[in-house]
Each structure stands twice: as C-alpha cells, then as structure tokens.
Design a protein around this ligand. Structure first.
Ligand SMILES: NC(=O)c1ccc[n+]([C@@H]2O[C@H](COP(=O)([O-])OP(=O)(O)OC[C@H]3O[C@@H](n4cnc5c(N)ncnc54)[C@H](OP(=O)(O)O)[C@@H]3O)[C@@H](O)[C@H]2O)c1
Length: 281
C-alpha cells in the first residue's frame, strides 16, 4: 500500500514510520514540507497514493490559544485540503483527532455519539478539521485519541519523569483532571488494523478506563521507582495557563467492537508495556 504520512517527525508520526515499514511510505513534516504552503498538498497527494494518514498538528494547547489563526491553519485547513485532495485522487484519509473536542463536563466517558463542544482554541481548531474531513471526503476515518505519550516525546509523561528523577523535588500533580492516557503504540495498533479494514467514520481509540493526572503520575512513579515526592493538588492551586483545560475527557468507543476492530488495552497495561520497552525514557 502506498501511504502518505503527514506529521512524520511528531510523536505518533515517528512511531508510525517504524511501524509501517511493510508499506510504501512517503512522509511529510516540517521543516521540509510545510503543509500550509499553497499547492504543496496537491503535489503530495497523487493518484498513486492509497491512504493518507494525517498526524500533523499544532498540539501545543497554550500556543493554540495564543495563536488561534495558526491553529486554524494547521489543525483545520490542512485536513480540509488533504480531504479535498484525497477525494480528487480516490485516496482514503485517516485523520487523527483529539479528546479536546469535548467540553469535559459530562462526568462520564465520551463515546462517538457525544457532541463536541470544545473549550479551547486547540479543540475548536481540531473540531473544525474533523468537520472538514467529514464533509469533503467520504472515504475517511477520524480517529480520536488522547493524552499521547512516546519515547523521546513531549508533554506530561516526560515532564513527570524529568521532575520525578530529582530526589529533592516535590512534584505536584492535579487530581481533578481526567483523561485516557494512551501510548503511540496503541494508536499504531489501531491504525495498522484500520489499513486492513474497510471502516469509514468516527472512532475513539484510547486506553481505558481513564485516569486522573495524579493517578497516571502515581503509576509512573511506581514503575520507574522515581525518588521525588509526589503530591496531589487541585487545578485551582496551580498557576493559571493560557488555555482552559477540559476537566474530564475520558474516551470510550462504541464503534470499535461493532466494527470488529480490536479494543485498546488498559492504560496501566500500555504504560507497563512502554516501561518494559523504554525503561530509560
Ligand atoms: N499529544 C497528545 O497528547 C495528543 C492527544 C490527543 C490527540 N492528539 C493528536 O494526535 C496527532 C499526533 O499528535 P502528536 O502528539 O504526535 O503531535 P506532535 O508530536 O506535535 O507532532 C505533530 C507534527 O506535525 C508537525 N507539523 C505542524 N505543523 C505542520 C505543518 N504546517 N506542515 C507539516 N507538519 C506540521 C509538527 O512539526 P513541529 O513540531 O515542528 O511543529 C510535528 O512534527 C495530532 O493530530 C494530535 O492532535 C495528540
């Protein structure tokens, strides 16, 4: 299969580059391929491409809040242009999206039938990207995942590992934000399964059953035997950040079992698997 992978230098993209070696893979990312550059997508998506996997995004939630027009260009206009190009050339589009499309106030996990209502610019831009993909490319999969982590990645897990290794540190982690911590390997499993499956539409692909930031950090501390002191706190006790965070965006999937696609493992299993493969992360 000839696959165009965008965002190939990102957390998920790097994993997919290793994972999809059995395919004819073309990859695109900054700085060589700025997908916002007019005309570039039309040169990359041609009749020879069977599948486009869009893992390119502006994922810095606070930067999106400060630069909403940039967020719109990357998280909404790129998928829109990819969707148009895929339709023109008969390619399938697998577009990766996020739990941040939800308001986070439902006090239960969100499934694919729940209505998006993003509370920040990142979520709004990703929501707009989903809408464009849905309306412009019939042969699409929108795969929402959450709280991604990867070896050499960025975000919550590396921050906890860095701080936790300082024996003199006290690491404060909020216990009132919940989500679905998910390794890139889990998303890689799903995308690999999707390549051999005709599914079209919306999927939630995240580990279950959900955790608070503190619960996830506590498991990280235990697995890596981190020497720092870990204490829980409330979001209101932490310094304010530019972008509001949705409180509880745990994801579950109704569509995966109906489609006969494999359900992701629990977040504890995924984290242990990650630890076994990357004890020095
Ligand atoms: N990270 C998470 O916790 C999380 C959670 C849920 C869903 N997701 C979704 O999962 C997908 C992958 O996330 P990730 O964590 O792998 O993101 P990532 O590490 O930030 O990777 C995204 C990649 O896209 C690139 N990119 C940005 N603008 C581009 C442009 N104009 N042209 C070409 N490439 C561009 C980025 O380059 P630069 O780094 O140079 O900007 C980066 O290499 C995204 O759709 C994201 O919304 C992520």
């Amino acid at each position: 299969m000839r696959i165009l992978l965008t965002g190939s230098a990102g957390q998920l993209g790097r994993h997919l580059c290793h994972r999809l070696t059995g395919h004819d893979l073309c990859s695109a990312d900054l700085p060589g391929h700025d997908l916002c550059r007019p005309g570039l997508i039309d040169t990359l998506v041609t009749d020879t491409i069977d599948v486009v996997i869009n893992a390119a995004a502006l994922t810095d939630v606070d930067r999106c809040e400060r630069e909403p027009e940039l967020a719109q260009r990357i998280n909404a206009d790129i998928p829109r242009d990819l969707a148009r190009a895929c339709t023109r050339h008969g390619a399938r589009l697998i577009h990766v999206s996020t739990d941040h499309v939800f308001a986070g106030d439902a006090q239960r996990p969100y499934d694919e039938d729940d209505a998006p209502a993003p509370v920040n610019a990142y979520g709004q831009s990703k929501c707009a990207g989903e809408t464009a993909v849905r309306s412009l490319c019939a042969n699409h999969v929108i795969l929402r995942t959450a709280w991604l982590y990867a070896a050499g990645g960025h975000g919550f897990l590396p921050a906890i590992l860095r701080q936790g290794r300082d024996a003199n540190a006290t690491v404060r982690v909020v216990d009132d934000q919940s989500g679905s911590p998910t390794s890139v390997a889990v998303v890689g499993d799903l995308i690999t399964a999707l390549l051999d499956h005709p599914f079209r539409g919306l999927l939630h692909g995240a580990c279950t059953p959900g955790a608070t930031r503190f619960e996830f950090a506590r498991e990280v501390f235990a697995l890596w035997s981190l020497p720092a002191q870990l204490i829980s706190c409330r979001t209101a006790e932490m310094p304010p950040r530019p972008a509001p965070r949705p409180t509880d965006t745990r994801l579950i999937s109704r569509h995966l079992p109906i489609a006969g696609l494999p359900s992701p493992v629990t977040w504890r299993e995924a984290l242990r698997h990650f630890y076994n493969h990357h004890p020095d992360a």
